[in-house]
Write a protein that binds this ligand. Structure first.
Ligand code: S3P
Length: 173
C-alpha cells in the first residue's frame, strides 16, 4: 500500500470484449511502459491455448494458473500495464495482490458493446456454449459489483481506442 501511485503498475480488469488487451497495449505505448497480457502469459506457461487448458484440465486448474501467473507478474515490481482475463479480479487473493502494487482500472462496457466485440467466440471457452447474450448478462450481474471495487472505473467507448486510452490517462492523473 506504500507504493507511490506513479510507481504502481496499471492493471486492467473487466469483462471479455471490454477492450483490455487493445487499450492496454496502446496505454503502455503512450506511457512508455511494458505491456503484459495475463492470458498470453498463462498460455505460454501452460504450453497450450486457453480453450485447450479448459478442455484438458478444467476451469478450476485454469484459475489456479491464472492466480499464480498474475502474482508472479506483479511481484516483478517492474512498472507495467497488465491486462487480466475477465475472471481474474473475481479472486480475492488476486484483488489483494493487485491492491499491493497496482492501480486497478475497470474498463466498463455495456452488454451490446460486449456482444459486438466478442462475436468471434472461438478463443473464449465461457462463450462457446449457450447463448452469448444470456451468458454475458449473467456475468455482468455476477461480476460488475466486484469490478466496481477497482480503484478507477472508465467507460470503454465504442469508437477509436485512443478515446478510451485518453479517458484512462485522464482518470490516472
Ligand atoms: C475469462 C476471460 C478470458 C479468459 C478466459 C476466462 C473469464 O479473458 O481469461 O477465457 O472468465 O471472463 P478475456 O477477458 O481477455 O477474454
Amino acid at each position: 500500500q506504500d507504493l507511490d501511485p506513479a510507481e504502481r503498475s496499471i492493471v486492467l480488469v473487466g469483462l471479455m470484449g471490454a477492450g483490455k488487451s487493445c487499450i492496454g497495449r496502446k496505454l503502455a505505448q503512450r506511457l512508455g511502459l511494458r505491456f503484459v497480457d495475463a492470458d498470453s502469459e498463462i498460455e505460454a506457461a501452460a504450453g497450450c491455448s486457453i480453450p485447450e487448458i479448459f478442455e484438458r484440465h478444467g476451469e478450476a486448474a485454469f484459475r489456479d494458473g491464472e492466480r499464480r501467473v498474475i502474482a508472479r507478474l506483479l511481484e516483478s515490481h517492474d512498472r507495467q500495464v497488465l491486462a487480466t482475463g475477465g475472471g481474474a479480479f473475481m479472486d480475492a487473493g488476486t484483488r489483494r495482490a493487485i491492491a499491493g502494487t497496482g492501480v486497478s482500472v475497470w474498463l466498463r462496457a455495456d452488454l451490446e458493446l460486449l456482444l459486438r466485440r466478442t462475436s468471434r467466440r472461438s478463443k473464449r471457452p465461457l462463450l462457446r456454449r449457450g447463448n452469448p447474450r444470456e451468458t454475458l448478462s449473467r456475468l455482468i450481474g455476477e461480476r460488475y459489483p466486484v469490478y466496481a471495487e477497482a480503484d478507477i472505473t472508465v467507460d470503454s467507448v465504442d469508437g477509436p481506442p485512443d478515446e478510451t486510452v485518453d479517458r484512462v490517462l485522464e482518470a490516472l492523473k
